[in-house]
Design a protein. Structure first.
Length: 212
């Protein structure tokens, strides 16, 4: 008897909600009481994030691109109403970035964005970080596949290429020194390091079936 009463009460409440939403349109504005769960993975670009925000009825992609800065929208899970403006969304994500990351040099953030795209493994990222910072200091092109301009110019890209996560940021801040100057991932995603360009060429031929 008690269970029947509880079920009746539940159905009554849902019935009221149904009537309000369908026959009293103003109540539809309160759908934000059930938040939207939006997850932004590490390495997402502004375009990727804009695609994620498509469910927002009034979302303006072009305005979002105008006001958002690549690299500063922290990858995380957000609970939003779906009615936020582009300015509010950017503010929420940038505040989260400041809370989780704190102060960071622009060049470190750029490096972190490259590491995010270069490897998914924390230990690899630290070694790659050491290689890239060393190549940068030596005036060598970084040659990062995720950003082709690094093959043409002997410097970091002018801005982050994505929004990196904490592990990549930590790897950029704390590179691991090694004897290596080169690296590549084979077709199975296994990394192979090299101390010399000649050794790197052999790795390219052996693991990728290419010649340079």
């Amino acid at each position: 008897m008690r269970l029947a009463f509880v079920l009746l009460a539940v159905f009554f409440v849902f019935g009221i909600v149904f009537l309000l939403l369908h026959f009293f349109p103003p109540w539809r504005d309160y759908y934000w009481l059930v938040p939207l769960r939006i997850t932004i993975p590490e390495g997402y670009t502004l375009k990727d994030i804009a695609d994620k925000l498509r469910p927002f009825k009034s979302f303006d992609r072009e305005n979002f691109f105008r006001i958002a800065k690549e690299g500063y929208l922290f990858p995380d899970t957000y609970f939003l109403s779906g009615k936020e403006t582009e300015e509010k969304i950017v503010e929420i994500m940038e505040n989260n970035f400041r809370k989780k990351v704190g102060e960071i040099k622009p060049e470190v953030l750029v490096m972190a964005s490259l590491l995010e795209k270069e490897s998914r493994l924390t230990e690899e990222r630290k070694i790659i970080s050491g290689i890239l910072w060393k190549r940068l200091k030596a005036g060598m092109p970084l040659q990062v596949d995720a950003e082709l301009d690094t093959y043409r110019y002997k410097e970091l890209p002018p801005a982050p290429i994505c929004n990196p996560g904490l592990e990549s940021i930590e790897a950029a801040k704390n590179p691991v020194e090694s004897e290596y100057w080169y690296y590549l991932h084979d077709k199975k995603g296994i990394i192979h390091y090299a101390k010399t360009f000649s050794e790197h060429q052999k790795n390219i031929s052996k693991f990728l079936g290419l010649t340079k």
